[in-house]
Design a protein around this ligand. Structure first.
Ligand code: OGA
Ligand code: NI
Length: 324
């Protein structure tokens, strides 16, 4: 059984592998929008964030209020953990659920990474046994970062709600408000020689509502748009915002759940820190009644989020994916 939420390939939106490979060398220039959140005209931000979610499903934000120093501390703590001896990393190894440390070299289809997964929020469902004890500042730094992730997520969800003419709290409430689940994944991609066949993270869409990701300074994240893989530029201190399946479904397809993947670098170590924000597992999620009607009937079934995850994982199992 694959990990739950292992964020691999989405069968529903995977372009054929030959197309992926054919276009993989194009690496078009990155026009992924970069939005400056310090502008005082909030209506402008609402419009820009909404437009980027409709056209791209991915954008970067700068001047987002997360202290650069905290971002650096988070990066440092994660890197220090992955540099520990194997035996020490195994102390937080994945067990039956998805949380924990896992090596994934050429496991699955062609993923090449090690990763650490653990929940960040709500406090009632945290499993601190999966939080590294080493480096010692890991917990404090990560808890501080979580506060900022929640604040920024709710701000963006507020703008996205308003952009569609809905009350500001709509999307936050639709994923459970304070009970929405925040999960951190640290992806650790060592350098590889053959980057065309050895993908760090295979093409996929994120299952949750939205993800906020910071990378280290090594580029590798690509978004699929207009039949091409486009590189995301590394923008110092930016946070990458990725629209996931549930915001696409809630908006009846108006927001794009962007297909994306991560390439490894030939020489340099790449690390990324996505925080996935998802509805509580028992919540029903589907097109919002306010966004559907006779002239725009629901295109997606309303599903308990946990059932959605099971269906998606079953879909992967049924796919006849090539193994290199
Ligand atoms: C993910 C993901 C991209 C990256 O973990 O879901 O899309 O840049 N990662 O590592
Ligand atoms: Ni992803």
């Amino acid at each position: 059984m694959e990990d739950k939420r292992d964020h691999n390939t989405s069968p529903s939106s995977l372009p054929s592998l030959s197309k992926q490979l054919a276009s993989s060398t194009l690496g078009g220039s990155a026009d992924v929008p970069v939005l400056d959140l310090s502008v005082s005209d909030e209506d402008f931000l609402v419009r820009e964030v909404t437009k980027a979610s409709e056209e791209w499903g991915v954008f970067q934000v700068v001047n987002h209020g997360i202290p650069t120093e905290l971002m650096q501390q988070l990066r440092m703590a994660g890197k220090q953990f992955f540099e520990l001896p194997e035996a020490e990393k195994e102390t937080v190894a994945k067990e039956e659920d998805f949380e924990g440390f896992k090596r994934n070299y050429l496991g699955g289809i062609n993923n090449w990474d090690e990763h650490l997964f653990h929940r960040l929020s709500p406090p009632s469902i945290l499993n601190y046994k999966y939080w590294p004890k080493n480096p010692p500042q890991y917990r404090e730094v990560t808890e501080e970062y979580t506060k900022h992730m929640k604040r920024l997520t709710e701000k963006i969800l507020g703008w996205l709600s308003e952009g569609l003419g809905l009350p500001r709290e709509t999307f936050t409430q639709s994923i459970g408000g304070e009970t929405a689940e925040y999960v951190l994944r640290i992806n650790f991609y060592p350098p590889t020689q053959n980057t065309d066949l050895t993908i760090g993270a295979a093409a996929h869409t994120d299952m949750g509502a939205i993800a906020l990701l910071i990378p280290n300074e090594v580029p590798g994240l690509q978004a699929f748009k207009d039949e091409q893989w486009l590189d995301l530029n590394y923008v110092n201190s930016a946070v990458v915002v990725i629209i996931g399946d549930q915001l696409m479904r809630m908006t009846n397809g108006r927001f794009k759940n962007v297909l994306h993947r991560a390439k490894t670098d030939h020489e340099r170590l790449r690390i990324s820190w996505p925080v996935f924000v998802a509805p509580r597992a028992d919540m029903s999620v589907g097109p919002l009644p306010e966004l559907t009607g006779d002239d725009n009937p629901p295109k997606f079934e309303t599903l308990i989020y946990n059932d959605y995850i099971d269906q998606k994982i079953k879909g992967w199992a049924l796919e006849d994916l090539p193994v290199y």
